[in-house]
Ligand binder design. Structure first.
Ligand SMILES: [Fe+2]
Ligand SMILES: [Fe+2]
Length: 163
């Protein structure tokens, strides 16, 4: 693997780990605010992002590279409201897609075919990730009173994972 593609993979793995930490922080905030449905959903996202990072590391290791782990900023712990939280999730997913596309561009430039094939599933998955995040923002925005938010919290996992 060329140093540029190794660096791109390490950078994306850092992104995935940061997303995991941020989702954990979102889950904690939701739990504290008694949005237990959202808390559960974000906890699951946190585990998924850790698994994504692990896939990047495995790809590097399988090709004889010892990956470097970058330092991560601490995620925020306090948020204005649930809309703020949902918007942060959407931003996170958009940033993740951006990073994956950047890694893919480099793998094309470097003619690194295994990296390109590896990234396909991530490119496809980000479409789904951005779709649920987008839907979450819309649903939270539409829930204008406390009662509507409570209803949404009770059904959010089902709403975002089963449709
Ligand atoms: Fe991810
Ligand atoms: Fe994600």
């Amino acid at each position: 693997m060329s140093p540029t593609i190794v660096q791109a993979f390490e950078k994306q793995a850092d992104h995935e780990r940061l997303a995991s930490a941020t989702y954990l922080a979102l889950s904690h905030w939701c739990e504290c605010e008694h949005y237990s449905g959202f808390a559960e959903f974000f906890k699951k996202q946190s585990a998924e992002e850790t698994a994504h990072a692990a896939k990047f590391y495995k790809h590097l290791l399988d090709r004889g590279i010892t990956p470097k782990l970058g330092p991560l900023p601490a995620p925020d712990a306090h948020f204005k409201d649930l809309l703020d939280v949902a918007q942060l999730a959407l931003e996170l997913e958009r940033a993740n897609s951006f990073g994956i596309h950047a890694a893919y561009e480099i793998s094309v430039e470097e003619k690194d075919y295994p990296s390109q094939v590896f990234l396909y599933s991530f490119i496809a998955e980000q479409v789904e990730e951005e779709a649920w995040a987008d839907k979450m923002v819309a649903k939270v925005r539409a829930a204008s009173c406390a009662g509507a938010l409570t209803y949404l919290d009770r059904h959010i996992v089902k709403l975002l994972t089963e449709e």
